[in-house]
Write a protein that binds this ligand. Structure first.
Ligand code: GLN
Length: 519
């Protein structure tokens, strides 16, 4: 399998960067092929809220000029990247999927955006999301839902559904999302791509519009584990603009995980977590069993473990996240940002603006959070949830004394139908039952595509590791990725039913051809 796509374009991020850096492919031709893919695919997917064609072309020409002058264009030279629309881009609409930010133009770029540009990446657009990243299906966007590229009657997951769909449909090889309770991993699982939530503090949150600041992390979507590592390497590292940023240099994991030197999982101790399997649909449970077998066959020692404390994670999350949100969202008052609905006095203007600007889920979270923080209830709800958070972190710590990594489902089901859960917030919240614990603990976790259900919808297997355990987590993820290639009838990572070529090998860095029509 060559690394070339349909129109002679390299397909994976690693292959694009390698080819552009070597001068074999121009960044301009890469960006044109991907913009054409966006023109072709996005009208029926609605993954993008804004496409930045001119900016991307200008960036590509700059990269090509650096290459022609013999200068280093950076590790992501010429690679098109999409950004979840809660990442600030200077002078470019950043809506957070909300009417309340309509018309607001950020005066600065998020740190991750600056790092991407410095690495030679081309920002091609801003992707759709649940309003303020609150949701699990992207149906809470004020601008209409994104569709799942594998089956347009289903949701892509959320809240980073636009980024997941953009990568799964081949419109971009890489995208960024944010993960507060699973918003990278769950849509990655639903769309059949790799999605990674890094350790809290490894990626700067400066310029990420805050949802729940103690849980929010930015992370990559990619078609392979090595591409996710490549993007993480570029965006990670200390940033003085974020007080929670860890005082560490950026990681260099891509080299360590490149396909030619893939480290095996031989001798690693992996726990299959009962609480991250119980209650999952049959196809998900079946794939988890196969994933465990594959890791054993690859030399890991796999055992089933129980971490009963994880059963409390969802309740704690749905108190802590709304509590922090109710505080963070107080700044949208009709004065400082975006929308203003005029009224006779200040207080009426504040409430008219908020009534018109926020959607129903955001209002629900603000009310839940305000209640949990109010005098008289604070100890019983918020205080107790914080204590549960500590209990969960301690339970993970105990498990990691014996185990190197944990494995479980990313989500209890595959992608559900559009509209199936919009009227029932609790059932929507249950989509996050397998992902929220890593956010509460601040630990890294990744979702890797691993087989499909009987309808051909992708299943994601989640790998969890202790804080700063990204290297071991990616080793396990790579082993699963290799094993998934031999599952019968499974589409390669990142391939979706969008009429693209379907011959492919999902091995790291060798994703199937994705963009460009045959000449
Ligand atoms: N679905 C979860 C929620 O609605 C997680 C969201 C996220 O990670 N941003 O809160």
């Amino acid at each position: 399998m060559s690394a070339m796509g349909q129109a002679g374009q390299p397909a994976s991020a690693s292959a694009i960067a390698e080819s552009v850096r070597a001068g074999s492919t121009s960044a301009r031709s890469v960006v044109e092929a991907h913009l054409a893919a966006i023109d072709r695919e996005d009208p029926s997917l609605h993954a993008f809220l804004t496409v930045l064609a001119d900016d991307a072309r200008a960036g590509a020409d700059h990269v090509d000029e650096l290459v022609s002058r013999g200068e280093d264009p950076g590790p992501l030279a010429g690679v098109p990247v999409a950004l979840k629309d809660n990442l600030c881009t200077r002078g470019v609409p950043t809506t957070c999927g909300s009417r309340i930010l309509e018309g607001w133009l950020p005066p600065y770029d998020a740190t991750v955006v600056r790092r991407l540009r410095a690495a030679g990446a081309l920002i091609v657009g801003k992707t759709n999301l649940d309003e303020f990243a609150m949701g699990s299906s992207t149906e809470n966007s004020a601008f209409g839902p994104t569709l799942n590229p594998h089956d347009r009657s289903r949701v892509p997951g959320g809240s980073s559904g636009g980024s997941a769909a953009a990568v799964a449909s081949g419109m971009v090889p890489l995208a960024l999302g944010s993960d507060t309770g699973g918003s990278i991993r769950q849509p990655a699982a639903f769309c059949g791509v790799v999605g990674m939530k890094p350790t809290y503090g490894t990626v700067s949150r400066y310029g990420l519009i805050a949802f729940a600041s103690s849980l929010d992390q930015i992370g990559p979507f990619a078609t392979s584990v090595v591409d996710a590592a490549l993007l993480f390497d570029v965006i990670s590292g200390h940033d003085p603009h974020d007080s929670t940023s860890l005082d560490r240099p950026g990681s260099r994991l891509a080299e360590a995980n490149c396909p030619d030197s893939a480290q095996s999982v031989e001798g690693l101790r992996v726990g299959l977590v009962r609480e991250l399997m119980d209650g999952t649909d049959d196809p998900v449970a079946q794939m988890l069993a196969k994933a465990a077998d594959a890791l054993s066959a690859a030399g890991a020692s796999v055992e089933e473990v129980s971490i009963p404390e994880l059963r409390y994670a969802l309740c704690a999350y749905y108190l802590i996240a709304p509590a922090e949100a109710s505080s963070n969202l107080a700044r949208y008052d009709g004065v400082r940002y975006g929308l203003r609905v005029d009224a006779e006095d200040l207080t009426s203007m504040n409430s008219a603006t908020r009534a018109a600007g926020f959607g129903p889920e955001v209002k629900r979270r603000i009310m839940l959070g305000t209640y949990a923080l109010s005098a008289g209830y604070y100890e019983a709800y918020y205080g107790k949830a914080q204590r549960v958070r500590t209990v969960i972190a301690d339970a993970f710590a105990a498990a990691y004394q014996r185990l190197d990594a944990l494995v479980g489902a990313t989500a209890p089901t595959t992608a559900f139908s559009m509209g199936a859960k919009v009227e029932d917030p609790l059932s929507m919240y249950l989509s996050d039952v397998c992902t929220v614990a890593s956010n509460l603990a601040g630990h890294p976790a990744i979702s890797v595509p691993f087989g499909t259900d009987e309808a051909g919808m992708p299943v994601g297997v989640q790998v969890l590791a202790p804080a700063l355990g990204e290297a071991v987590m990616l080793r396990v993820a790579s082993a699963l990725e290799r094993a998934s290639a031999s599952l019968p009838g499974i589409p390669a990572a990142g391939r979706a039913s969008t009429g693209r070529a379907s011959t492919g090998d999902p091995a790291p860095g060798r994703a199937p051809g994705q963009v460009g029509e045959p000449a």
